[in-house]
Design a binder for this molecule. Structure first.
Ligand SMILES: Nc1nc2c(ncn2[C@@H]2O[C@H](COP(=O)(O)OP(=O)(O)OP(=O)(O)O)[C@@H](O)[C@H]2O)c(=O)[nH]1
Length: 318
């Protein structure tokens, strides 16, 4: 893709896709194409809605295996321009359209307009794909859960929040399961989360498009001493099993006590087999145990250890 061909200086590139485009491959190009990544960052996806005809398009039944592109374009959006409102003067009808859009995508901000007249500051420099921006996820979208979700759209979103912390190892396992199967990942359009990780001061932020996932501890956002530690995520996708997503996310919570305490003697599975070790620290940098091997080699942090399978009680230790 040679977006800047023949142009010497520019601030940004705005790509207008055709009305029938699936936005996912366009967005994914910015994650996977090295050349594109070196020069560009994806700022945001804006979907312009023709208020007069949108309901009809959203209701269109497609043949088996064919996506409803109007639904997908809304599902991927960071901003929605609810345009041509002069053609839908009835306020109740406008509210119905807006509720329908929210039922597909709880996070995208909606701007009501005519002739797409919206202050460009709401459309540019969104940084919607930056992890820092994900951190600023508007808590209001969580309240949208109570909004009208009655319509039987196969594309919808779910936002979940719980107070407390999660175990990053459990989260990694769960996310790998979710995006590991291409068929399942294909139905996950976009997802974002901000998390309090047990044993870590920094906020953990993640986001993804289908199978492409990025997550890291924020360099400049720490949980404040008086801030309530909490975890939130939003998923937008097709035929998403909301209850299993909720249960999967909540299953990453870390509230139960660890099996072993500092000072306990344990056996740890290493490449060379089971070795005697001693627990010398708990919950450092998100990892449950710091162990000292009996031969004095320190296993720094058990980042990649499955704590339920790779750690045993030593003989004689309860
Ligand atoms: N009444 C009304 N007409 C509008 C509004 N916005 C755009 N239009 C008209 O709708 C028609 C299509 O507008 P475009 O902006 O070209 O829409 P588009 O979907 O990008 O069309 P393509 O050229 O196919 O890409 C034009 O005649 C516009 O003047 C609006 O808010 N109200």
């Amino acid at each position: 893709m040679d977006l800047d061909r023949g142009v010497e200086q520019f601030d940004a590139v705005i790509i207008e896709t055709t009305g029938l485009a699936d936005p996912a491959p366009v967005a994914q190009t910015f994650f996977v194409d090295d050349e594109i990544q070196a020069m560009y960052k994806l700022d945001g996806i804006i979907t312009v809605v023709d208020s007069k005809h949108v309901m009809q398009h959203l209701d269109e039944k497609k043949p088996e295996g064919v996506e409803n592109e109007a639904v997908e374009q809304l599902a991927f959006a960071d901003r929605v321009l609810l345009n041509k409102l002069d053609l839908v003067p009835d306020l109740a009808e406008q509210a119905k359209i807006e509720a329908r859009i929210k039922s597909i995508n709880t996070t995208a901000e909606i701007f009501r307009c005519q002739y797409s007249k919206v202050d460009p500051k709401h459309l540019l420099n969104l940084n919607a794909f930056s992890l820092t921006r994900v951190l600023e996820m508007d808590p209001e979208f969580l309240e949208a859960e109570g909004a009208d979700h009655q319509h039987d759209d196969s594309v919808s979103s779910i936002a979940v929040q719980f107070p407390g912390e999660l175990n990053i190892l459990k989260l990694e396992e769960w996310i790998s399961y979710l995006i590991g199967d291409p068929a399942r990942a294909n139905n996950l359009f976009r997802y974002k989360g901000v998390l309090a990780v047990k044993g870590h001061d920094r906020k953990f932020v993640f986001q993804g498009v289908h199978m492409l996932f990025a997550g890291s501890y924020s360099d400049d956002h720490l949980w404040g001493p008086d801030e309530t530690r909490e975890c939130r995520f939003v998923f937008i996708g097709k035929n998403i099993d909301k209850e299993s997503l909720r249960a999967g996310f909540e299953g990453c919570k870390q509230d139960e006590k660890l099996r072993f305490a500092v000072g306990d003697n344990v056996e740890v599975q290493t490449k060379e087999g089971w070795k005697d070790a001693k627990v010398i620290g708990l919950w450092e940098k998100g990892c449950p145990y710091r162990l000292e091997l009996k031969d004095k080699v320190l296993i720094a942090l058990l980042e990649h250890l499955n704590i339920s399978h790779n750690l045993h009680c030593s003989k004689g230790v309860t």
